[in-house]
Design a protein around this ligand. Structure first.
Ligand SMILES: Nc1ncnc2c1ncn2[C@@H]1O[C@H](COP(=O)(O)OP(=O)(O)O)[C@@H](O)[C@H]1O
Ligand SMILES: [Mg+2]
Length: 235
């Protein structure tokens, strides 16, 4: 075990999405790349994941670890094998999830900034009474919302933003992540999102299956830092 002293806590923020597959990992990886390109030391945490690849590791955690250089099991301390709702997997394994369990997963770290990727959407159950969102609210971590731009995203994003505001967490802004470039009225949908959400737009991520370009990542990181500064958490 290292005897290195960790005397700072990273500035933590939370990435949620309008749904599973909204692009949380894709956009988190782009944001981390942009932040690192702009000279910041960042780490990632995917506290709870479900689903593993042939190596027995969670693919989201692998993606994030590939950007930050952390070991995958450090990025993702709690992983369920089946790609299913984590609280159901936990229940089946008699390994209950709770806010108290999550609290133990917060790593010591000497990084400046730590991105925490949620699982599923904002209201991910941990058990009969608690939600992953409660952890974010408890810590008042600033939230980035990834909107998976596809049919149905207006409803999903409005519901999520309504709940974020009701819960009283700081919201840095949203990322419009284009999942379906063929969507009818794409430009109008993006415009409508912006008017209805009334949140800072951190980036519109083009549909790019090979990953986002460096300049897109850098622009995202710049907007993110501006919004952090706007809530007096500059880095
Ligand atoms: N902007 C994008 N362009 C192309 N593919 C994308 C984009 N955003 C997400 N994807 C793909 O969509 C799928 C779901 O994205 P992912 O980031 O894993 O979602 P989540 O983390 O919210 O579950 C992945 O295969 C990912 O590569
Ligand atoms: Mg993910």
């Amino acid at each position: 075990m290292s005897d290195r002293a960790f005397n700072t806590t990273p500035l933590r923020f939370f990435v949620t999405g309008t749904d599973t597959d909204a692009g949380k990992t894709y956009c988190s990886s782009a944001l981390l790349r942009g932040l690192r390109l702009s000279g910041l030391q960042c780490t990632a945490l995917k506290p709870i994941a479900s689903g593993v690849d042939a190596d027995g590791l969670n693919p989201d955690a692998k993606t994030l670890a590939a950007v930050t250089g952390q070991p995958t099991n450090v990025v993702n301390p709690l992983c369920f094998q089946l790609p299913t709702a984590p609280h159901l997997a936990a229940q089946a394994l008699q390994q209950p999830l709770s806010l108290a369990v999550l609290e133990q997963l917060l790593p010591q770290s000497d990084s400046q900034l730590e991105l925490i990727e949620g699982a599923g959407g904002w209201l991910l159950p941990l058990n009969a009474d608690e939600y992953l969102a409660d952890w974010v609210v408890r810590h008042q971590w600033p939230v980035v919302l990834v909107v998976g731009v596809k049919l149905g995203c207006l409803n999903h994003s409005l519901l999520t933003v309504r709940e974020l505001r009701r819960a009283g967490v700081p919201v840095l802004g949203y990322i419009a992540n284009i999942l379906n470039p063929q969507l009818h009225y794409l430009a109008e949908t993006l415009d409508d999102l912006s008017h209805r959400l009334q949140l800072p737009l951190l980036a519109t991520m083009p549909y790019a299956p090979g990953g986002a370009d460096d300049d897109v990542c850098l622009q995202l990181a710049t907007q993110f830092r501006l919004q952090l500064a706007a809530i007096a958490k500059s880095i």
